[in-house]
Ligand binder design. Structure first.
Ligand SMILES: Cc1cc2nc3c(=O)[nH]c(=O)nc-3n(C[C@H](O)[C@H](O)[C@H](O)COP(=O)(O)OP(=O)(O)OC[C@H]3O[C@@H](n4cnc5c(N)ncnc54)[C@H](O)[C@@H]3O)c2cc1C
Length: 393
């Protein structure tokens, strides 16, 4: 198996890299935002996405009939990793989660309305699955969708909806059929985020940015805005989560941080002695670099399994997400350990090594091991679906 890019893929990677260098903008590209740098939450960041759209780089893997180029997902992977390497906004939510699910399951009306907007970077989405009593167990969601004349009336609450404070549309799961088995009673809806009856309350997180809780009071959704088949929402959500676990958790922050760590170790001293002479420090970094190569291998496995489109590969996605987000966290923790007592100084203080880059990043990685389904949930999926072990302990 060849782990290197083909000449055509490498050419594209070089083109993207050059374009990002030429279009560098410190207002848009901010490494200190860590994983939240992927969101298009400001006018400048939305303008940047429009430039990407003008390059024809949104929806490259989509079918031609919906404005895509029908090329393999590896090109989107190359683009996403390059954007992440430059701390620029990313394409995952619109092109990946919403766009790909609509292409597989949406009505022609919803495809006609939303796919061009995604391709032109004219729309931002928030994704609402989690609720106060339905986090890891998303199938337990209780947001009530009651059938009324011409549509649905939604009442209840969502929790942890990232992007709700700036998004245009809400991609939201609700219980339409409470009498059915819990996995079969959920449907998916699209709702304009400024709809009367929706109230967004922000929750600043440990990870440097904001998520939200959202309250629904008699929110009317026309029939046309039910996505796919009634009662099949959970199956679509599961597919979308398989995509999210691969596309929203990139490798580049790990390699970026490792480079920063190595550069720092090369010149830092402890008790008057160069840190680079400490064998424990060298071993720790060698371990990180080796595990990064394993994470790259897991990403290649996902891309191979996802070739040709179709249902995203669940096991490969969970293995990638579990390994990459825990490694991402470990890199920060190892860097803080290497920094010794100075590692405890908070981000932004002059005395903090690298101005606390790893202190801030460590907090951000706490969110990564939870968002998109926690590490425990990824292990459960692998144990059950891959190894055929029982569902619960
Ligand atoms: C910053 C952030 C952003 C998020 N953004 C979104 C978003 O945009 N949209 C959205 O819908 N959701 C979002 N989430 C929710 C996220 O995807 C998780 O699914 C959710 O946070 C987990 O639910 P919970 O917090 O209620 O924890 P719980 O489900 O209560 O879990 C608590 C702990 O128990 C463990 N646990 C739970 N069940 C099991 C089990 N069966 N086996 C073993 N261990 C278990 C968990 O791993 C965790 O450690 C976000 C979460 C965070 C922190």
């Amino acid at each position: 198996m060849d782990f290197d890019f083909s000449p055509e893929e490498q050419k594209f990677a070089d083109e993207v890299e050059q374009w990002l260098v030429d279009n560098h903008d410190p207002v848009v590209m901010d490494h200190h935002r860590e994983n939240f740098s992927q969101l298009s939450d400001t006018p400048e960041r939305r303008a940047f996405m429009k430039k990407l759209a003008a390059k024809g780089w949104l929806g490259m893997s989509w079918p031609k009939q919906y404005g895509g180029q029908e090329i393999e997902g590896v090109f989107e992977f190359i683009l996403t990793e390059a954007l992440s390497r430059h701390a620029a906004p990313q394409i995952g939510k619109g092109v990946g989660i919403i766009g790909k699910t609509l292409i597989r399951h949406g009505s022609e009306k919803l495809k006609r309305e939303f796919l061009p907007q995604i391709l032109n970077a004219e729309v931002e989405f928030a994704v609402g699955y989690s609720e106060p009593q339905a986090g890891s167990d998303a199938a337990n969601m209780q947001l009530k969708a009651e059938k009324v004349e011409g549509g649905w009336k939604l009442n209840g609450q969502k929790m942890w909806t990232t992007s709700a404070h700036f998004a245009d549309w809400y991609w939201v799961g609700a219980r339409t059929d409470p009498d059915k088995r819990k996995h079969d009673g959920i449907s998916l809806f699209l709702i304009p985020m400024d709809h009367p009856g929706l109230e967004v309350q922000s929750l600043p997180t440990i990870g440097k940015d904001t998520t939200n809780q959202v309250f629904f009071e008699d929110v009317f959704v026309p029939d046309d805005y039910l996505v796919g088949e009634r009662g099949r929402g959970f199956q679509m959500i599961s597919e979308a989560l398989d995509l999210e676990r691969f596309t929203m958790f990139t490798l580049s922050p790990i390699t970026n941080r490792t480079d920063v760590l190595v550069d720092w170790v090369k010149q830092a001293k402890r008790d008057g002695k160069p840190l680079k002479d400490d064998p424990n420090v060298r071993r720790t970094i060698a371990h990180i670099v080796t595990d990064t190569a394993v994470a790259k291998g897991l990403s290649t496995r996902f891309l191979c399994a996802a070739k040709g489109g179709g249902k995203p590969p669940t096991i490969q996605s969970s293995q990638y997400k579990l390994f990459t987000t825990t490694l991402s966290q470990r890199v920060c923790k190892d860097a803080l350990d290497i920094a010794g007592h100075e590692g405890t100084i908070m981000e932004g203080q002059e005395e903090a090594p690298l101005l606390g880059r790893f202190e801030g990043a460590y907090r951000a990685t706490m969110n990564e091991t939870v968002g998109g389904g926690s590490s425990e949930i990824q292990k459960n999926i692998i144990a059950r679906r891959h190894l055929g072990l029982p569902k619960n302990f």
